[in-house]
Design a protein around this ligand. Structure first.
Ligand SMILES: Nc1ncnc2c1ncn2[C@@H]1O[C@H](COP(=O)(O)OP(=O)(O)OP(=O)(O)O)[C@@H](O)[C@H]1O
Length: 475
């Protein structure tokens, strides 16, 4: 948006050279009134057309009753309004989601556009430093449209020329406070446009029960929890490695157990093997019977098991060389998922230097060469510093659960993740509100996704053991 200096002000501007008495006064050209009126009418017309195009439901709601009143009188208008309300109620009762999608959310979007975003746009942009004033002219980023769904508003913005999404990512706190939301996330829609997501409520504030065990074997991805928009979240496990970082009590166990739970039918079918390393002995030991002989707890056992996984990987690499470049899980060559709880016990806190080096070298080998041959690593840890986990960058997919310090977010998820809205250091330490909540950043997308893993209780694990005990020995 551009605001010109009024002519009277310009006329008053004078400038002089420092050592002479020459005075410069700008010439003011008066615009004929007719041109001003035409431009004004054109803007009103364009504004009306854009309002009809962007908010058809809201416009129809206002324009139709007014039209009927003026054409047929208020009695007909009351009857017609009653009829339309009954039809809308029937629609809402019979097809709730289509009613919400076609009527309720567009209406809410109009209300939020008008009352929240358009009303506060100029002051918020100015105070947040996203608008500019150059030579007396105001330049404002343009509010293109607002859409709503059950949990958030999405505001599409045209950036000022020369602005980048990073300028906006640096101001997410200002934007959230300015528009009355708890947080704001910035995503690039296309060149010159960003979409700001402002959650209106948090659907992840209540714990989720363990997801049902799939009826059919699933290997590539497993449903582990739920996204902010209420949709199920499927975590890719095959063809990648996953690092899960979170402070103590952040709920790392729920990610590990939800993954194991989703893979149980594939384990039984012989398409997946889970190799469990449990140096803390407090997490995976609970379902030990699921893993059969592929379970290790002492540092020696863990190093041996990791090296055995490296051998499987190398044997496959020798066999696949020149024949295939990617892995398809079969009973002969199942997907091997090495799950390590508190990997820092092996890579940093282990006092025996030789064991530490063996474990680190095996993990580095698996994470650099394993995915093409069907060997994946899923590791959990509390402290994401480089000294503790020197190979954290070898994990393509990363999950940041509750972290103690804001700097740790980018350590886990990569540069710029916190600016893009991954506020892992703001996740509630209250287990009911925040345990299992995390930001997932996949190698295929720079935008972190907020997800809550389902809570797999001790009782759930007991049932899993009763139903699937020995599944780990299927092959
Ligand atoms: N997804 C979840 N939903 C709700 N509550 C959870 C969830 N995950 C864990 N909790 C609660 O939080 C507590 C701590 O979880 P958990 O032991 O998995 O954390 P952790 O990150 O593994 O901690 P540590 O590193 O200390 O082992 C659990 O006892 C449980 O009560």
């Amino acid at each position: 948006m551009l605001r010109k200096l009024p002519g009277e002000e310009v006329r008053g501007l004078v400038s002089t050279t420092p050592d002479t008495a020459v005075v410069f006064r700008p010439a003011v050209v008066r615009t004929p009134a007719i041109i001003t009126i035409v431009i004004f009418l054109w803007r009103v017309l364009a504004g009306l057309v854009m309002t009809v195009v962007r908010h058809p439901v809201a416009v129809a709601l206002v324009a139709l009753p007014s039209g009927i009143v003026s054409l047929f009188g208020w009695r007909v208008a009351v009857v017609a309004t009653g009829l339309v309300c009954s039809l809308l109620s029937a629609w809402a009762a019979l097809g709730y989601s289509s009613f919400m999608r076609s009527v309720a959310w567009p209406l809410l979007a109009f209300g939020r556009w008008f009352w929240v975003y358009r009303r506060h746009w100029m002051p918020v942009m100015t105070v947040a430093g996203l608008g500019r004033q150059i030579k007396g002219r105001d330049y404002m980023p343009r509010l293109i449209k607002v859409t709503c769904d059950g949990w958030a508003d999405r505001v599409t913005v045209k950036l000022l020329h020369g602005q980048s999404d990073e300028d906006w990512a640096d101001r997410t706190a200002n934007l959230a406070h300015g528009f009355g939301a708890v947080s704001c996330r910035v995503e690039v829609e296309r060149a010159g446009r960003v979409v700001l997501t402002f959650p209106r409520r948090d659907p992840l504030a209540v714990p989720l029960h363990a997801r049902p065990i799939p009826a059919e074997p699933a290997v590539h991805s497993v449903e582990v929890g739920q996204c902010e928009d209420g949709s199920p979240y499927r975590l890719k496990v095959h063809g990648t490695h996953v690092l899960i970082a979170g402070a103590t009590g952040a709920g790392k166990g729920s990610w590990l157990w939800s993954t194991i739970r989703g893979l149980l039918p594939a384990m039984r079918a012989g398409l997946v093997q889970i190799w469990a390393l449990d140096p803390k002995r407090m997490e995976l030991s609970f379902g030990r019977a699921l893993f059969g002989a592929r379970y290790a707890a002492t540092p020696e056992q863990c190093a041996d098991l990791l090296e055995a996984a490296v051998s499987v990987m190398q044997e496959r690499a020798d066999r696949f060389a020149g024949l295939q470049r990617s892995h398809t899980p079969t009973v002969d060559d199942p997907f091997v998922l090495v799950i390590v709880d508190e990997v820092a016990f092996l890579t940093a806190y282990q006092s025996d230097k030789q064991l530490r080096q063996r474990a680190t070298a095996a993990l580095a080998t698996l994470t650099t060469q394993g995915r093409a041959v069907g060997v994946g690593v899923m590791a959990a840890l509390q402290d994401p510093r480089k000294e503790v986990m020197s190979i954290r960058n070898l994990f393509p997919d990363k999950i940041a659960l509750r972290l103690d310090e804001s700097e740790q977010v980018d350590m886990v998820l990569g540069d710029g993740a916190r600016d893009r809205g991954a506020l892992a250091d703001h996740i509630s330490p209250v287990p009911e509100l925040g345990a299992g909540v995390g930001y997932v950043r996949l190698e295929t997308s720079p935008d972190p996704v907020r997800v809550r893993a389902a809570y797999v209780s001790d009782e759930d694990i007991r049932h899993m053991v009763i139903r699937y005990s020995g599944a780990g020995e299927a092959v």
